[in-house]
Design a binder for this molecule. Structure first.
Ligand code: HEC
Ligand code: HEC
Ligand code: HEC
Ligand code: HEC
Ligand code: HEC
Ligand code: HEC
Ligand code: HEC
Length: 308
């Protein structure tokens, strides 16, 4: 009997601790609740967490509170535990982009530090953290819901070889973003029409997608020398698959809009416009001269008639 009490006494706090942070605790409500609610910030959020999908995901073994660090009480009590400065600082930098829990979003850095760093220094991360815009992607814009992330190799991953083009396309196809940030229109269409895109569509796993040329997390502006598609690095990048690629070869691939940086099609197109205009002017002049000749002939004939 003494033993029993000792056991309960000793284990009860531990049981309570385990109870208070276990994913099950949160799922009691969140796997049963359906529908969306509006947050203070405005957007609708999904309250339901599909327990099966969560447990199959890469983070399925985690407790909810490993990300939702301030939701440690049941259900959502006062902040418990200290949140590291690293995470709270990052949460501040991204909070304008996050619908519900910036701390949870920043907590990815705890386990994926290098990736978070690469992203922060990329054109995408800077769009959010430096420019304070919301248009660039953070983790979940590419990986989908934080609760159902699958390994990159899985068919269900949004960034696997066969889905990543449409994931990038989700933004890079948008006309308003292309105009705002001056990147080329119809990039996805142009990719699909390229040798690479056609091979990719046919299921050729050796054909490059966006990520093979631009990288995934450290994406830079194309003319930044650190970008794998800058002139400085391009031979190396194409050379991964095309042995001995040289400057002339690497100029073959472009989805840039026609402009001064892309001179051959630029002047090619200029030439075509001049040629078309010249032809038109020639045709018009030809017709005009013929009409003039007709009139002149008629006048002459009229004048000559009395003499006949
Ligand atoms: C007793 C039921 C219940 C439990 C248990 C519960 N929640 Fe909730 N949760 C809710 C309800 C209801 C809402 C939506 C209403 C609200 O909070 O404004 C919500 C909303 C949320 C949100 C959206 C943001 C917000 O604050 O509205 C998050 C994130 C969340 N819960 C996480 C958790 C985590 C993590 C746990 C486990 C520690 C948990 N919840 C446990 C009922 C519960
Ligand atoms: C790997 C980190 C991580 C884990 C583990 C995690 N969440 Fe989340 N969760 C997030 C992030 C990040 C957001 C904020 C998404 C946003 O605002 O865009 C979020 C948002 C939510 C929301 C609001 C719905 C929404 O779509 O924004 C609820 C509710 C929620 N989580 C509940 C839970 C529950 C319950 C668990 C455990 C079963 C859990 N989370 C586990 C990272 C996580
Ligand atoms: C612009 C889209 C994009 C964003 C934003 C993004 N990822 Fe990724 N992520 C990818 C792609 C694409 C892959 C697959 C890489 C490959 O095929 O080589 C990947 C792979 C991964 C992997 C596994 C493979 C690896 O590279 O180690 C992890 C882990 C990961 N991402 C975490 C994150 C985290 C954490 C964030 C936010 C800090 C993030 N990602 C933001 C696109 C993105
Ligand atoms: C407590 C640690 C932890 C946190 C926090 C965490 N992850 Fe993970 N993550 C992992 C582990 C462990 C794996 C599985 C690694 C593996 O299978 O190689 C993983 C896998 C991933 C993968 C798939 C990697 C692959 O190999 O395909 C992505 C993507 C990812 N995490 C993104 C995120 C994002 C986004 C967040 C924040 C919302 C986050 N993680 C938060 C530990 C964490
Ligand atoms: C074979 C390599 C390759 C692939 C695959 C590729 N790109 Fe590019 N990308 C380039 C090069 C090289 C540039 C440099 C500018 C140029 O010449 O078009 C560039 C430039 C860009 C630019 C900035 C310049 C512009 O025209 O706006 C964006 C945005 C871009 N790529 C997005 C994508 C997306 C999204 C995908 C996937 C659908 C993709 N790229 C696939 C090589 C590639
Ligand atoms: C959530 C929307 C979004 C997603 C998803 C996204 N991007 Fe972007 N991307 C942007 C925005 C916005 C910019 C411009 C940011 C700026 O200039 O501040 C940009 C810039 C770029 C640039 C630099 C363009 C230049 O002028 O050189 C490249 C390259 C690029 N993205 C490639 C990709 C690739 C590859 C993917 C998929 C792995 C991807 N993006 C996914 C929104 C997105
Ligand atoms: C991930 C590997 C990979 C990368 C990186 C890559 N390519 Fe390719 N490329 C291919 C494959 C596969 C084909 C189709 C080959 C075939 O049909 O024989 C191809 C075809 C081509 C072709 C058509 C002519 C030919 O040789 O078959 C050109 C031109 C080309 N690539 C140029 C480039 C340029 C320029 C770059 C860098 C900006 C580049 N590639 C990067 C894999 C790649």
């Amino acid at each position: 009997m003494k033993g029993f009490f000792a056991t309960v006494f000793l284990w009860f706090p531990l049981l309570f601790f385990a109870y208070s942070v276990n994913a099950e605790t949160c799922l009691v409500c969140h796997s049963a609740m359906t529908g969306k609610v509006r947050t203070e910030k405005g957007p609708f959020i999904e309250l339901n967490i599909d327990e099966t999908r969560f447990s199959k995901s890469v983070h399925g073994g985690m407790d909810c509170t490993m990300c939702h660090k301030t939701y440690t009480n049941n259900p959502h009590g006062s902040p418990a535990g200290e949140v590291s400065k690293n995470i709270s600082g990052l949460a501040n930098l991204i909070s304008h982009k996050v619908k519900t829990d910036p701390l949870a979003y920043a907590s990815c850095v705890e386990c994926h530090e290098d990736i978070y760093k690469s992203l922060s220094e990329s054109i995408h991360g800077k769009n959010i953290m430096e420019k304070k815009e919301k248009d660039g992607p953070l983790c979940l814009d590419c990986h989908g819901s934080p609760h159902y992330i699958m390994p990159v190799s899985s068919e269900e991953s949004l960034v696997n070889k066969w889905k990543v083009v449409s994931t990038c396309g989700g933004c890079h196809e948008k006309k308003d973003l292309a105009e705002k940030y001056k990147f080329g229109l119809h990039i996805i269409e142009k990719y699909n029409e390229s040798f690479h895109g056609k091979k990719h569509k046919l299921g050729h796993s050796g054909a490059p997608t966006c990520v093979d040329c631009h990288g995934a997390h450290a994406i830079k502006k194309w003319d930044d020398p650190a970008s794998p598609v800058s002139w400085e690095k391009r031979t190396e990048t194409c050379g991964k698959c095309h042995k001995g690629a040289n400057k002339k070869f690497v100029a073959a691939i472009t989805h840039k809009p026609v402009g001064k940086d892309n001179p051959i099609p630029f002047y090619g197109e200029k030439g075509l416009i001049i040629l078309t205009a010249a032809t038109l002017i020639f045709v018009i002049m030809h017709v005009a001269l013929e009409i003039y000749a007709d009139i002149r002939d008629n006048v002459f004939r009229k004048k000559e008639e009395p003499h006949d």
